[in-house]
Design a protein. Structure first.
Ligand code: SF4
Ligand code: FES
Length: 256
C-alpha cells in the first residue's frame, strides 16, 4: 500500500515545529505503525536526511514507551482496533492512498524534546510523590499471611495494568493526568500493603500533578476512551474519595 505521512518535525525543545509530508510506497499491510516509521527512517537516512525521532521499546504493548497522535487520536485507531498502543496498531487498519497525520503528545506537562518525542518525566515525579509502599526488606513473607479479598485483588490488578504511556493526558482537553494517577492510587489503595500511606499518597500525588502543570478532571472521559489498558473513569472517583478522606483528617483537623 502507498500512504502519505504528515509528520511533526521539530529540531529540539526550543525550535518551532511544522508538519512535513513524506510519501511511502509498497508498505506491507502487516507492518506495525512503528515498523512503517522504521521504513521511513531508513529512506530518510539513505537520502542523507535526519530520521524522525520517536520513542519505543518493547513493541508488544507492555512498556508504555511508544505513543504518538495519529489522525488526531492518541495511539491512533483502526477500522477494527480501538484502544491500542501505537506499537500494536498495524498498517492494515489504513487504506491504500491514506494521508496520515503523525504528531507528538500535546500537553503542557509533556514538552516536546524532538519530533515525536516528549518529556514524560512528570509522571515519574508523580510516582515519587506517593506511588509506592513501605515494606520491610528481607525474606519474602509467606503468601497466605496477608489475605486479600478476590474483588480487591482483581481491582488492584486491573489498575496495575496502566503502562504510564500518557495517552490519557494527550486526549484530555484539560491535559489532565487524573486517570494515570487514579490507576496508581487504586492499585496500591486496594491492597492491605498500601494502607499505611493511603492518605499521604493521595495528597502527595495530586499536589505533584498540579505542580507539573497538568489540568483538572472535568469528567469528559476522553482519557478512558483512548487508554490502551481500559482503565475506567470510576478509578478517578476512588482517587477523589482518598483525597477527600486525606483532606478531612490531616493532623486530626478537618481541612476540606
Ligand atoms: S491510564 Fe491508560 S492511557 Fe493513561 S498512562 Fe495509564 S495506560 Fe496510558
Ligand atoms: S513500545 Fe512498549 S508499549 Fe509500545
Amino acid at each position: 500500500m502507498n500512504v502519505t505521512l504528515r509528520v511533526w518535525r521539530q529540531k529540539d525543545a526550543r525550535s518551532k515545529g511544522k508538519m512535513v509530508d513524506y510519501k511511502l510506497q509498497d508498505i506491507d499491510e502487516h507492518m506495525s505503525f512503528l515498523e512503517m516509521l522504521d521504513v521511513l527512517n531508513e529512506q530518510l537516512t539513505e537520502n542523507g536526511e535526519e530520521p524522525v525521532a520517536f520513542d519505543s521499546d518493547c513493541r508488544e504493548g507492555i512498556c508504555g514507551m511508544c505513543g504518538v497522535v495519529i489522525n488526531g487520536i492518541p495511539h491512533g485507531r483502526g477500522q477494527t482496533t480501538y484502544q491500542t498502543t501505537t506499537c500494536q496498531l498495524h498498517m492494515r487498519e489504513f487504506k491504500d492512498g491514506d494521508v496520515i497525520d503523525v504528531e507528538p503528545w500535546r500537553a503542557t506537562a509533556f514538552p516536546v524534546i524532538k519530533d515525536l518525542v516528549v518529556d514524560r518525566t512528570a509522571f515519574d515525579r508523580i510516582i515519587q510523590a506517593g506511588g509506592y509502599i513501605s515494606a520491610p526488606t528481607g525474606t519474602a513473607p509467606e503468601a497466605h499471611s496477608t489475605p486479600v479479598p478476590k474483588a480487591d485483588a482483581d481491582r488492584a490488578f486491573d489498575a496495575a495494568t496502566c503502562i504510564g504511556c500518557g495517552a490519557c493526558v494527550a486526549a484530555c482537553p484539560n491535559g489532565s493526568a487524573m486517570l494515570f494517577t487514579a490507576a496508581k492510587i487504586t492499585h496500591l489503595g486496594s491492597l492491605p500493603q498500601g494502607q499505611p500511606e493511603r492518605r499521604s499518597r493521595a495528597l502527595g500525588m495530586v499536589a505533584q500533578q498540579d505542580a507539573e502543570g497538568f489540568g483538572n478532571c472535568t469528567n469528559i472521559g476522553e482519557c478512558s476512551a483512548v487508554c490502551p489498558k481500559g482503565i475506567p473513569l470510576q478509578f478517578i472517583s476512588r482517587l477523589n474519595r482518598d483525597l477527600w478522606g486525606a483532606l478531612s483528617t490531616v493532623d486530626g483537623k478537618h481541612l476540606g
